[in-house]
Unconditional design. Sequence first.
Length: 412
Amino acid sequence: MPKAPTPAGTPNTPGGPHPRGRALLWGTGGLMLLMAVAVVLLLPGLVPHSPGTTGAPAGTAVEPGINAAAATLLQLDPQSQPQPVAPALSLTDQNGKHVSLSDYHGKSVVLSFNDDKCQDLCTLLAQDVVAANKDLGAHAKDVVFLSVNANPYYPSTPAIKEWTDSHGLAGASNWVFATGSPPELAKAAASYGVPVELDPRTRSVVHGTELFFIDPAGKEAALGQFGTESASTDLYAHAMAQAAVNLLPDAAAIHVGGPSPAATASQTAASINAAAPAFTLPQLTRPQSTTSLGAFKGKVTVVNFWSSTCTACVAEMPAMEQAFKALGNSTNFVGIDVADNPRDAAAFAAKYGTTYPLLSDGAGTASGAYQVPGLPFTAVIGTDGTLLVRHPGAMTAEQLEYVLQSLIQGGS
């Protein structure tokens, strides 16, 4: 859910919130995204979020190694001089150790605020950190991905440890997930101007998705965002790694691996009533074989993005299978896993009796093209390849069958 941005340049009063340019809010575990169910059932689809830009022409260097396309992925805003000193933090990491920003002087820090019960958008951020570390190679030791828990309902060290382990970050020595008492977490968010909205009834939160790039001297160098664009895992991770490396004193001598986002400068986002983005992905159980979207032409096609770490996906998977069994003769179904080791994903799907085709999108090419805002996410494509529905959040079998039957009867 978007929130009105804080005007850039707002004075920073002593003890008050740190000024920030903007803030996007996203729901915990898909709770806020589920509010869109009724809208999607009545309307053709949802309009995707349009990323901010730096105003530079495509291909223009915004920072070393960061052109306009990469800056758009990160929604990157370099700070004007003089750079402000990043607010201090005093928290505890996933291993029970004390965390302070001063611990990381001499390193580049990428700071985010994360919900230790979130299984959708934050899952995409976890993927990006794993991929960014691959691109950084030996220089991962010079970069710290520091995330602060935004959920005061689950502030314990075991809670952030469980999230870290379940999202593939247990082996990342430069990943730090910090927590503290509810007052400490509220103070940390306020000091960075990150909005956190609490729902005591559901014990859930909606939080800002800012990324703060902090240089080795402890000063803020740039502000970015993780969101829809972070679904383009390989491209987003490369840009994030490059932005972090740029803050190091020997940046010019460091090569960051991965693909350059330059080629995506003119890429068009998935839009309702436009041609659905094409994809060719490896099959989940037979990675040596691939399947393309074109293989499903001629029928209305359901494309469901999911991962085994997504709580809402676990609940939705049986509903997808039920709808497939009911309408599989007249409708194509394909599931796209975006966050798992293929072997784990295949075991997960087998556990829930999934029988429709499943593909793997480890690089995030398809999820990025469809601008997946969180998991689960379902796109419905017409017989002619037109994107008809964009649905964030879980769907019941009854909801999905109603949508599909309406489209089939309407000749879509």
